[in-house]
Ligand binder design. Structure first.
Ligand code: ZN
Length: 324
């Protein structure tokens, strides 16, 4: 029993690639469109991590697919205006689905669900066990098959996911990392998951670097310099405390996307149950953000094309080959 929220079927949106006698097709074999796949744990993660980058690429004609591993059924309601509402709590799965539909329209991306059940963020000391059947308890090699099927159907040139810490230590984020790493390799292996479509080799794999210390310091400094109250005092304190436990991400790629910050924020606000519209995320005026840190940042962790670091484009080294 996989604990599925809904029956899962192989993805059907795109045309399946033509059978190719088991040989691996990769992103260097001529294409008229660049394709980017962003793998996320919950609905709302796509709008807080790399959303402006996705909106920019959509506007530039790139096909962008967000893959959402879980339905977010165990997410806390973080918008004070919507808390303690029995009607929302009773229908949270449907509500989050509707929020996701709105967010993907705003960003202009395609989106697919993998259909796993949210594991929830365990709290307490000792931590309680994870709920039976949840995403984080699935065997990686079993759960990865659904992502392999998505990769083989959509055939992305570039894939983004989280680092080994999940960006923050939610078990679903770590599981999202685990299946992404497994699927990136397995999608190209003709012997792996033969029922999940014809092999496809994405060309680059990135980790989202949502918040780096440098970015937080830059935004904090910009607010203080202008005599404004910085929302990052407390966050920076917590950051220092947790710092020793994790690796500081290595930014290899900064994608300029300041013009798309409004779209990013609108998409995030569409996840109305999950964000406080007056929360710290929205406290820094966008012109200050565009001044102090006008990019979203990524760490390149796998590449089958040549590129030179630092980059400012997820498709650096890919464009020439993919569109040849
Ligand atoms: Zn999440």
């Amino acid at each position: 029993m996989l604990g599925l929220r809904r029956a899962w079927r192989p993805p059907s949106k795109c045309c399946r690639p033509v059978r190719n006698n088991g040989s691996v097709t990769d992103g260097t074999t001529g294409s008229d469109t660049l394709r980017l796949m962003a793998v996320h744990a919950h609905p709302d993660d796509e709008s807080s991590k790399g959303a402006a980058t996705m909106a920019r690429y959509v506007d530039e004609g790139v096909d962008v697919l967000v893959v959402t591993c879980t339905g977010g059924e165990r997410g806390s309601i973080l918008n004070p205006a919507l808390q303690h509402r029995a009607d929302i709590e009773a229908n949270i799965a449907e509500i989050r689905e509707a929020e996701m539909r709105r967010a993907r329209e705003i960003l202009g991306v395609h989106q697919e669900w993998l259909g796993f059940v949210d594991s929830g963020l365990p709290e307490g000391d000792p931590l309680p066990p994870l709920p039976e059947g949840c995403f984080a308890l699935q065997p990686v090699e079993v759960a990865a098959e659904r992502l392999v099927a998505q990769i083989r159907t959509f055939r992305p040139h570039v894939v983004t996911t989280y680092d080994e810490n999940g960006g923050y230590p939610h078990p679903d984020h770590i599981m999202c990392h685990n299946i992404s790493m497994a699927a990136f390799d397995a999608a190209a292996d003709p012997d792996a998951y033969p029922d999940a479509g014809d092999p496809w080799q994405p060309l680059k794999l990135y980790y989202d670097v949502g918040w780096s210390r440098d970015r937080m310091m830059a935004l904090h400094g910009a607010m203080v310099e202008r005599g404004l109250e910085s929302p990052y005092e407390e966050v920076m304190q917590r950051w220092s405390e947790s710092e020793e436990k994790r690796r500081e991400p290595k930014i290899t790629t900064r994608v300029p996307c300041g013009k798309w910050f409004e779209r990013r924020d609108a998409a995030l606000i569409a996840h109305a149950t999950q964000v406080d519209p007056d929360g710290w995320f929205f406290k820094v005026p966008l012109d200050i953000q565009r001044d102090a840190w006008p990019t979203e940042d990524f760490e390149l962790v796998g590449s089958l094309v040549e590129t030179s670091i630092p980059e400012d484009d997820l498709f650096a080294g890919v464009r020439e080959k993919a569109l040849a």
